[in-house]
Write a protein that binds this ligand. Structure first.
Ligand SMILES: Cc1cc2nc3c(=O)[nH]c(=O)nc-3n(C[C@H](O)[C@H](O)[C@H](O)COP(=O)(O)O)c2cc1C
Length: 334
């Protein structure tokens, strides 16, 4: 996959051009244009799709798996879940009912479009329009609490029995999370392999930087000792956010992680449609020894933590990051 193929053009989709009368695979491929706008760790876009009639197999691609940062593949499956959710929301928008099946084999998720029945789901409205608006905002958030209606809307995004959204907004636990974040940043940045992997994704421009900025960013991350400055910056980002969200699941297998990703994407889209910014912060969960610390701090001893993110009103806007074009992700059955 060439870095030069990364493009922002994918963000402009004319929903009026949905091929309503075309074959089911053609309609499925249109829906996938929304799936690839999903967030993923380091914007690695670790998905591949096999379209067979009305069936869309969603595969994880090992070549784009972050094997240092994400050694247990949690972020890989959470990212897949985000893409699956965009696909489902788009299907619903274009009046296609669907079924989502989770498997333990090579295609961990299969979405089957069912054109002969009416879509019926409990998803909050307005998520579809937010797919092309959503961005991850890495800036400081304003000192303004999330109102109750927004919080309720975010909570209503959890439709799965085995996924729970924990919201942390009291100063004391938030400070403790910020301290853990600082520690995790120092440990991760102390690992040259972690910095090299992060540097690679920055260097190819996946995080949206211009060619020159991407190369400088890669050199800085790969060669300079920035653990302390990252720790200070990120703990301040958490302290300044009115809320931190943590998604936990009852079990810890690929399908639970995918479902956590689906919930996260719904939360991120509902947030975007309310002017609320979202920023995942993965370093604590990337350190096995710190995951338990986080759950015990939040009194969720038996739950599996899957995804941690800041929520708040942004001080400044953030641009979209690029994606590879859809064709790159369409595959034949392996
Ligand atoms: C599973 C997962 C983990 C992520 N972890 C981080 C993180 O630790 N720090 C961060 O700044 N962004 C994180 N992100 C956000 C990605 O960097 C972002 O989604 C990607 O660059 C694409 O940009 P976009 O979300 O603006 O479309 C994460 C996203 C996902 C889905």
């Amino acid at each position: 996959m060439a870095s030069s193929d990364l493009t922002h053009e994918v963000w402009s989709i004319d929903d009026g051009s949905f091929p309503a009368d075309a074959s089911l695979p053609e309609r499925a491929r249109f829906l996938l244009r929304y799936a690839i706008l999903a967030p993923s760790s380091h914007n690695s876009q670790p998905w591949e799709f096999v379209v067979d009639g009305g069936q869309i197999e969603v595969h994880a691609v090992e070549d784009r798996w972050l094997d240092v940062a994400d050694h247990d593949r949690r972020e890989l499956y959470v990212s897949l879940g985000c893409a699956v959710e965009n696909l489902c929301i788009a299907a619903e928008r274009f009046d296609l009912d669907f079924d989502v099946a989770y498997h333990q084999d090579t295609a961990p998720v299969v979405v089957t479009l069912q054109p002969d029945s009416e879509p019926s789901s409990d998803r909050p409205p307005a998520l579809f329009d937010a797919i092309t608006e959503r961005v991850t905002n890495h800036h400081l958030f304003r000192d303004a609490p999330l109102g109750d209606p927004v919080r309720d809307e975010l909570r209503n995004c959890v439709l799965e029995d085995d996924v729970t959204l924990v919201m942390v907004d009291e100063p004391e636990p938030k400070s403790s999370v910020a301290e853990l974040q600082a520690e995790a940043d120092r440990l991760q940045m102390d690992n040259s392999q972690y910095r090299k992997e992060l540097g690679y994704w920055i260097g190819i421009g996946a995080l949206g930087d211009s060619w020159l900025k991407a190369r400088i960013g890669q050199a800085v991350v790969s060669h300079l000792d920035i653990g302390d400055s990252e720790a200070k910056k990120n703990s301040k980002l958490i302290q300044s956010a009115p809320a931190v969200g943590l998604l936990v699941t009852d079990s810890d297998d690929p399908s639970a992680r995918i479902r956590a990703g689906q919930v996260f994407e719904r939360v991120a889209l509902a947030a975007a449609s309310n002017g609320v910014a979202v920023h995942p912060m993965s370093q604590i969960l990337e350190r096995p020894e710190m995951r338990a610390e986080l759950t015990s701090l939040l009194n969720r001893h038996d739950a599996s933590p899957q995804h941690l993110f800041r929520l708040g009103y942004p001080q400044s806007e953030q641009d979209h990051t690029p994606r590879w074009p859809l064709e790159t992700f369409l595959a034949e059955r392996p």
